[in-house]
Write a protein that binds this ligand. Structure first.
Ligand code: SAM
Length: 305
């Protein structure tokens, strides 16, 4: 069966160079076979462009399965460094503009990672729509995970009108801006300048007039805001335990701390939380998502005594 599509005709000797360039740009329609016309090759492209004309192409057999990837707004993140697969993914959805491959683990204080662009636009920046909010993210510049959207809604469901909320590790602001819909005021801190800059953009975009962005180390928040908060979100899963003392100082009696942590056994932090919180503290622990064999993200919902 043939399919009508835009095509770029080039001399066969230029074929590989053209194929690579189109692939890199994300413009090659990898669902369709290359046409051989005399001494020329015709590459199918996903959209009309200079020099393109309409041709009939044969479909590639067995290319419908897409390689594994995760979507963040208009960006797909692949698990393999596979430019052909990236072009397939890019062509599969009009909403996608870029396919990335991570070249490092999530690392450092800012919890960011490095990427290379496998296909599409040279960018790590995109916009994510989540439960009616729009978040601008830059995956190389500041942490963002779409996998926590259910958690944000769960916590929003607990926020009472007018609460004073603190997000100690706010990133680009997804928790802070989501919770601002019910809270009186949300203080949102991060020590990554790029994260705070994106958060300010997101505050404006979502018209969240009650979020205070703060470029600060969570260790200093007590001095900057000598307040007692009704609710504190702590999403720094690898080293959040170091900040539990600060969180207990900043929460009001009866207030709530949502403490996220990467754990490898049930009840891992219960003793520490009870030691810091004293006799009146109550705590429930729940698995949020699995991370690796034997490790998972847990959330401890803590009510200060
Ligand atoms: N809460 C955000 C979210 O869900 O997208 C971001 C969570 S990310 C796992 C942790 C964030 O904490 C990063 O943006 C990082 O820059 C920030 N961070 C790390 N250490 C910090 C510190 N001592 N004080 C304030 N922010 C810190």
């Amino acid at each position: 069966m043939t399919v009508g599509q835009w095509g770029i005709r080039v001399p066969a000797k230029d074929g590989e160079g053209t194929r690579q360039a189109l692939l890199r740009e994300g413009a090659l329609d990898v669902m369709l076979k290359v046409l051989h016309e005399g001494n020329d090759l015709v590459f199918a492209v996903t959209a009309k462009r200079d020099g393109a004309a309409r041709y009939e192409f044969e479909e590639q057999p067995g290319r419908k399965e897409l390689p594994r990837h995760e979507l963040v707004g208009g960006i797909a993140i692949m698990q393999e460094n596979d430019p052909n697969g990236a072009a397939l993914i890019l062509a599969s959805r009009p909403s996608l503009h870029t396919v990335l491959f991570p070249t490092s683990e999530v690392s450092g204080e800012y919890r960011t990672r490095d990427y290379i662009v496998l296909a599409g636009k040279e960018t790590t920046r995109t916009e994510v729509v989540e439960h009616g909010h729009r978040f601008v993210v830059d995956l190389a510049g500041a942490y963002f995970s779409a996998r926590l959207s259910t958690e944000r809604q769960r916590i929003l469901g607990q926020v009472k009108d007018g609460e004073t909320v603190l997000d100690m590790f706010a990133g680009v602001g997804p928790f802070a801006i989501s919770l601002a819909a019910r809270a009186g005021v949300v203080v949102a801190a991060d020590l990554n300048f790029q994260a705070v800059r994106l958060m300010m953009e997101n505050i404006r975009k979502n018209r969240a007039t009650n979020v205070i962005p703060v470029l600060a180390d969570a260790r200093h928040l007590e001095k900057i805001f000598p307040w007692k908060f009704d609710r504190i979100v702590m999403n720094l899963p690898l080293s959040g335990t170091e900040f539990l003392t600060e969180a207990f100082r900043l929460v009001r009696p009866g207030g709530t701390i949502h403490f996220y942590s990467l754990v490898s056994k049930e009840g891992e932090h219960l003793d520490r939380i009870r030691e810091l919180g004293g006799a009146g503290v109550t705590v429930t622990e729940r698995e949020v998502r699995s991370y690796s064999p034997g490790q998972w993200h847990a959330v401890y919902d803590i009510i200060a005594g």
